[in-house]
Design a protein around this ligand. Structure first.
Ligand code: F3S
Length: 279
């Protein structure tokens, strides 16, 4: 059986950086190490970090001490300020691409512009970005959302959630341009998502079947499954234990891809398991 891993699969630059920073912190730990929210949507990786001593908290309540890791999604200005009041050292693992969006929003807002975020209002990255303009942003997830807001003569500055779908963003941009007089756009979509989606699409057209590895709650993994299943039979698994070898062994060319929160060691385990069990 030929097993081929997609050209871009697994951790993106920002997630890898955050996970490495957190691990380094845990290795040198003398005190409590917290993360504000789950570092990533991957049960196995989160489990490994918890075993090493990471304490995951959803919010800072009461007094804490030690180190606190800000994950790649970033946080609002208020959260930064609240952390500075604590007896903690802040390990800021905000992805530099997300930091750039926060900086654009903060600067534009300080210049008196109104902020528009194209993205999912419930996503932590968007919630964090909105916190750099005092939660004043108009958040547009779908084209229909544009009509639900009233638009005035203000100057508008638009940013996008890093994982936003490019085609959807372009549609929204077109409609906003037609709706609002003074508007500037900052295309802040990160290419890592597109690279993973394109690579999965290409491979799923060549392979007889695809295995998509990643957390069941990870939206980018679900998206990869959706893309691949348009081209060939596709199996979404979290770990090697979930592979149904009686099904998989019947294919002679298997493609593998993985969501942006899947560590390399899980991808390697899956590949090795298939190699060993498909002989
Ligand atoms: Fe950063 Fe892009 Fe990943 S914004 S966290 S490198 S998807």
């Amino acid at each position: 059986m030929k097993i081929e891993v997609a050209e871009f699969a697994g951790f993106c630059f920002g997630v890898k950086r955050a996970m490495d920073m957190a691990w380094k912190e845990l290795e040198n730990a003398k005190e409590n190490i917290y993360s504000l929210g789950q570092l990533i949507h991957n049960t196995q990786a989160v489990g490994k970090y918890k075993e090493k001593g990471l304490k995951v908290i959803d919010a800072v309540e009461g007094k804490i001490s030690g180190s606190i890791i800000i994950r790649s999604h970033g946080v609002s200005l208020d959260v930064y300020n609240a952390l500075k009041e604590q007896n903690v050292s802040i390990v800021d693992a905000t992805c530099p691409f997300v930091k750039k969006i926060q900086d654009i929003v903060y600067k534009s807002f300080s210049e008196g512009k109104a902020i528009v975020i194209v993205g999912n209002p419930k996503h932590p990255e968007v919630i964090g970005i909105n916190g750099w303009c005092k939660n004043s942003a108009k958040i547009v997830k779908t084209i229909d959302d544009i009509e639900s807001y009233s638009w005035d003569d203000s100057e508008y500055s638009v940013v996008a959630q890093t994982t936003m779908n490019i085609d959807q963003y372009e549609h929204i941009k077109k409609k906003l341009t037609a709706t609002v007089d003074h508007i500037e756009f900052h295309n802040t979509i990160c290419l890592a998502t597109k690279e993973r989606q394109d690579a999965s699409k290409i491979l799923s057209k060549k392979a007889q079947a695809m295995i998509v590895i990643g957390g069941y709650h990870s939206s980018n993994t679900q998206k990869l499954t959706e893309i691949c299943s348009q081209n060939c039979p596709t199996f979404h698994v979290e770990t090697k234990e979930e592979l149904d070898m009686s099904l998989i062994s019947s294919y002679s060319h298997l493609g593998i891809t993985a969501g942006a929160s899947t560590p390399d060691w899980i991808i390697t385990e899956v590949v090795e398991y298939i190699q060993e069990n498909s002989k």
